[in-house]
Design a protein around this ligand. Structure first.
Ligand SMILES: *Cc1c(COP(=O)(O)O)cnc(C)c1O
Length: 391
C-alpha cells in the first residue's frame, strides 16, 4: 500500500535518491545555497569561513564560487581571490579591509570615477582621508605619502584618459615607505602584464569586463599573494555581506576559457581603429597607450605585451559641442553606454574638466571607444559615416 499523500511533501524535500558519482563534463557544477548543512554539531563547530577546507554558509562560498576564485587567482598570478558582486564592491572590500578612521588613502588623479567618489563621500564620512596624486610622476606620490598613509591605489592606464604610468616606479615609492599597493587591473585583465611580477600587493579586477565578456554580469575580484592581506579582504567581504550569485559565477566560468582569444581580438581591432581615427583631421590626439605619442607609451612598451580594446580621442576644441554629440548619435554599430569588455562596441563622450584636477594638457572634446567583436571593416565604415557630422 502506498504512503498517505500527506507524507509525500516530506519525501519530496528529504529525497534519498543520490545520482551516481563520477559525473564528468566540461563545465563545473553550479551549486546554489544560503544554508550549508553540517553532518553533526561537532562539524558545525569545527568549520570556519577563513579557509577553503570546508563550507559554512552561502555567503562564504560554494564549490562554484571557490572554483571561480581559484581560476581568477591563476589568471592574475596570485594565490588568493575573493569575489564581490561588482568591480566597485571589490574596491569597497579593499578600502574597508585596509583602512580605519584616521588613515589616509592615495588615489591617482585619473582613477576610475566612482572610486574617487567613494573616497570623497563614504571614506571621508568615516574619518578616512584621501589625496589625489599625479599618476605620471612618482615623485609627486613620494611627496604625498605621510605617516597616516595606509594604501596607494594604482590604475594602468587611466580608464578614460588612458595615460600609462610608470607602475614599477610608483610601486617602488610605496614599498620604500612600507605602504600597501592595490592595482585596479581591469584593463590589463591578467593578460597585458603580470601585476604581481611588478610587485603590487593587491590586484582588483572588474570581472564585469573581459572575464564576463558578455555585458551580462556585474562582478569583481580581489587577488593577493600575501595570506594576511587576503584574510583582511576576506574579513571585509564577510562583514559587508557582499556575496556573489551562483548563476553569475557560472556565467563568468563559461566565458573565462575564451578570455585570451577575445582580449587579443579586441586589442587588434582597437589598434586598427585608433590608427584610422588618428588620420582624421578633426582628431587632435588618439589616447591609446600602445600607440607612440600617447601619454605613457614608453611605460606601456616596457611593461605590457598586449592592450585592451579601449581608447579615447581628443577632438579639435574648435568643434562645437553639439557637433560632437551629433557625431556620437550618428554612430550605428557603436552603442552609447558605459562599461566595456563585451561583444558590442560602445562609445561615451566625457566631460573631462569635471573629472580631473588639471586638464590643460588635453584640450578638446574627449570621446571614448570600447571596441567589441564586430568586423573591423564594419566599425571603420560606421566611424567614417559618423565623422561627416564633424566636417
Ligand atoms: C568597470 C570598472 C570598475 C567597476 O566595475 P563594476 O563591475 O562596473 O562595478 C572598476 N574599475 C574599472 C577600471 C572599471 O572599468
Amino acid at each position: 500500500m502506498s504512503k498517505p499523500l500527506s507524507d509525500l511533501v516530506t519525501d519530496l524535500i528529504h529525497h534519498d535518491y543520490q545520482p551516481p558519482a563520477g559525473w564528468a563534463a566540461v563545465p563545473p557544477g553550479v551549486f546554489k545555497a544560503s544554508t550549508v548543512m553540517f553532518s553533526n554539531v561537532a562539524a558545525l563547530r569545527a568549520r570556519t569561513w577563513k579557509s577553503k577546507a570546508g563550507y559554512t554558509y552561502g555567503l562564504h562560498g560554494t564549490p562554484t564560487t571557490f572554483t571561480l576564485e581559484e581560476r581568477i587567482a591563476t589568471l592574475e598570478g596570485g594565490r588568493f581571490c575573493v569575489l564581490a558582486p561588482s568591480g566597485l564592491a571589490a574596491i569597497t572590500m579593499v578600502n574597508v579591509g585596509l583602512l580605519q578612521q584616521g588613515d589616509e588613502v592615495l588615489l591617482p588623479d585619473n582613477v576610475y570615477g566612482p572610486s574617487k567618489e567613494m573616497a570623497r563621500t563614504l571614506l571621508a564620512g568615516w574619518g578616512i582621508g584621501h589625496q589625489l596624486y599625479d599618476p605620471m610622476d612618482p615623485d609627486d606620490l613620494a611627496r604625498r605619502i605621510g605617516t597616516r598613509t595606509r594604501l596607494v591605489w594604482l590604475e594602468a592606464p587611466g580608464s578614460v584618459t588612458m595615460e600609462f604610468p610608470d607602475l614599477r616606479g610608483l610601486i617602488a615609492v610605496a614599498r620604500e615607505r612600507g605602504v600597501t599597493t592595490a592595482l585596479d587591473n581591469t584593463w590589463g585583465a591578467g593578460l597585458a602584464f603580470g601585476a604581481f611580477d611588478l610587485g603590487v600587493d593587491i590586484s582588483m579586477h572588474a570581472l564585469t569586463k573581459y572575464p564576463s565578456g558578455g555585458a551580462d554580469v556585474l562582478m569583481g575580484s580581489v587577488v593577493t599573494r600575501d595570506e594576511s592581506l587576503h584574510h583582511r579582504i576576506l574579513q571585509a567581504h564577510g562583514r559587508l555581506g557582499v556575496g556573489v550569485a551562483a548563476n553569475d559565477a557560472e556565467t563568468v566560468l563559461r566565458s573565462l576559457p575564451t578570455i585570451a582569444l577575445r582580449y587579443h581580438a579586441h586589442d587588434a581591432a582597437a589598434r586598427e581603429l585608433a590608427l584610422f581615427l588618428g588620420r582624421q583631421p578633426t582628431v587632435r590626439q588618439v589616447l591609446h597607450p600602445a600607440l607612440p605619442g600617447s601619454p605613457g607609451h614608453a611605460h606601456w612598451a616596457a611593461t605590457c605585451t598586449a592592450a585592451a580594446g579601449l581608447f579615447s580621442v581628443m577632438l579639435d576644441p574648435a568643434i562645437a559641442p553639439e557637433r560632437v554629440d551629433a557625431f556620437v548619435d550618428a554612430l550605428r554599430r557603436f552603442k552609447i553606454g558605459y562599461s566595456w569588455g563585451g561583444p558590442v562596441s560602445l562609445v561615451v563622450p566625457y566631460d573631462l574638466p569635471s573629472m580631473r584636477s588639471d586638464t590643460s594638457s588635453l584640450p578638446g572634446h574627449l570621446v571614448r571607444f570600447s571596441i567589441g567583436l564586430e568586423s573591423v571593416a564594419d566599425l571603420r565604415a560606421d566611424l567614417a559615416q559618423a565623422l561627416e557630422q564633424l566636417g
